[in-house]
Design a protein around this ligand. Structure first.
Ligand code: DC
Length: 225
């Protein structure tokens, strides 16, 4: 039986990963966040103390050998040297250098292989930039999430600071996001057959409900429960 694949793509801080995780839980699928794999490889490369400007594809692939994956709850998550490194992977030095690594074709091939391997074993909800194009062109459902950059910046800050950010903080974060969007632009493509969802005015719960309904219709399986 072919496994079901739901591909969720979109720009930085569009709420892809948390939405994808929730959708996976609702459907009983496995969630895999391809961005976390790019982050893990970047963190592994940074641990080798070579300046990012000097990284070669070969060095980065070599660093990728210390990255493995493991099931955690309803997700498959990366380990670096056999350990979870969530804080390191989400930290500023990884965020500053990950685009450089995500541009390397050999690294993209490596990440894509990890994601496809998960999809051989499980029905998946995969999120990233190119899940519906390069990785799963035949996905059962493709969703492209967008949101206004001010709103994305605000959501990200609320998550990090756990308080309401000031307008100045939101403005500065918006600049950083727009800069990252530009760095990721080549990789971030909306598939022609993707359903575009603008989440600017949606609650996360509403996004999840929509995607779950689309997924159930696409895979024609009865709702559970
Ligand atoms: O979604 P994120 O911020 O965790 O992604 C981290 C980086 O990886 C970001 O620079 C975009 C890149 N990325 C990519 O090029 N392709 C993907 N499928 C997922 C992420």
């Amino acid at each position: 039986v072919a496994r079901a694949v739901i591909a969720i793509d979109g720009p930085a801080a569009s709420g892809k990963s948390s939405t994808a995780q929730w959708v996976a839980r609702e459907l009983g699928f496995c969630h895999v966040d391809s961005g976390s794999l790019y982050r893990a490889v970047t963190a592994a490369a940074l641990r080798r103390a070579i300046p990012p400007e000097e990284w070669t594809g070969k060095q980065v692939l070599d660093a990728a050998r210390s990255v493995s994956t493991t099931p955690a709850g309803t997700s498959v998550v990366p380990l670096i040297d056999g350990e979870l490194a969530e804080a390191e992977m989400r930290g500023p030095s990884v965020t500053a250098s990950v685009s450089r690594i995500a541009r390397m074709p050999a690294v993209r091939a490596w990440v894509n292989e990890q994601v496809r391997r998960v999809a051989r074993d499980y029905d998946v909800v995969a999120d990233g930039r190119d899940m519906g194009t390069a990785v799963f062109p035949d996905a059962d459902l493709k969703v492209y999430l967008i949101a206004d950059s001010w709103e994305r910046a605000k959501r990200r800050l609320v998550q990090h600071l756990r308080r309401l950010p000031t307008p100045e903080e939101i403005a500065a974060e918006t600049d950083r996001l727009v800069h990252r969007d530009a760095l990721d632009a080549t990789q971030s493509v909306q598939a022609r057959d993707a359903v575009l969802i603008d989440t600017t005015h949606l609650l996360q719960e509403e996004q999840v409900e929509r995607i779950v309904a689309l997924a159930r219709a696409a895979i024609r399986r009865p709702a559970s429960g």
